[in-house]
Design a protein around this ligand. Sequence first.
Ligand code: 9UX
Length: 72
Amino acid sequence: PEAKAVFSVIGMTCSACAGSVEKAIKRLPGIREAVVDVLNNKAQVLFNPTFIQEETIKETIEDVGFEATLIE
Ligand code: 9UX
């Protein structure tokens, strides 16, 4: 199974910020794809819910230093 989650990410000011968020998400188990858009302040993630849930992805974004809210 595959699930999709979209997070609002507050505080990213450059594309390197987005890159570090993307990298952190992709290091997690069960992630198929992560696309972080600094212009729209959004992170879209495709994942296998057997291995990871939205809350862990949210916490990972916040560990990098940004505020994340699940919006879809
Ligand atoms: Mo560069 Mo983006 O230090 O916040 S990674 S500004």
